[in-house]
Design a binder for this molecule. Sequence first.
Ligand SMILES: [Zn+2]
Length: 340
Amino acid sequence: MLFASRSSRSVPSVTRVILGRTPKVVAPAVAGLVVAVSAVAGQAATAVAPAWPTTTVVVNSARAVTGTVDANATRVTLQQLSSGTWRSVTSAAPTSDGDFSLTVPTWWLGSRQYRVVTDTQQESAATTFAIKPNYTPAGKASEHEFLTTDLSRRNPCQPIGWRLNARQATAGALTDARIAFQKLGQATGFTFRYRGTTSLIPQWEDDPGSYPADTQIVIAWARRGQSSLFSTGDGDAYANPYFMEGYHNADGSPTMRILSAGLVIDSTVHVAAGYGAGITRGDLLLHELGHAMGLDHVGAPAEIMYPIMGRGAARYGKGDLAGLEQVGAKLGCVYDGAGH
Ligand SMILES: [Zn+2]
């Protein structure tokens, strides 16, 4: 039996809460899905009636909203509602006839609202899109748990860099890791960037300064004696998310920011490559990265966050997706006490 474990809650100092430090200053919203804030407020807008595509969409399907705007408009913008604010996603110049076509993002799972606005104060009614996985997730949406009481999150307004130490891994580790981050990005709305290889092996004692400045997640295969994380329990793999208090979400609710995480996988435990049925490296990576995003174990075997591997194909259940959506980009940026 293969156990995929977080650093256990019964060893509370592993899931660390650091008090009394000055949080790192967070840059204002830039990266990810949100490219600019556009305030089209207060004016009596005239209507645009665009032709919206089918609003239940399989992830990564090509979808565009089309229509015609008034002759004076020089810019048409697709906006997404995020934490009560309309944010611009993409924009284009209309043709001389006022026709436009804008790509609707379909890479991020979940439901969200869009509208079309122009620089001449025209705006459309809001339309909700539901982006679905390309399979039917098992389990129930309620089957998710978080590592901390005040929902801890990473900051979705900065990309998350990751590095891999696959010296002791079997072939295909980088490919499997890239797929895991792609799936995690679809579930959370976060942007993940591969920063290259590393010789680091995550330890229980790590803090964000243990990793290069461009790197917030390190994944390594190692023998048990090479990482103190293996001493924290009997798991074959561990994640050590590093939390810091004193942050809040865009809606003002308190949050602990997850600044970094190291993942170690016992290199002497051989699992199948890929994401097929049974005990796979894909399953293991999705599970440990779930901890790295703030998810805890659940008792439901249908979910990736169930701590004993060996289910069907390695893909998120309904509970995993619901939990990842909650810690994801939907709540907007994570701000420090000074509002940065
Ligand atoms: Zn676990």
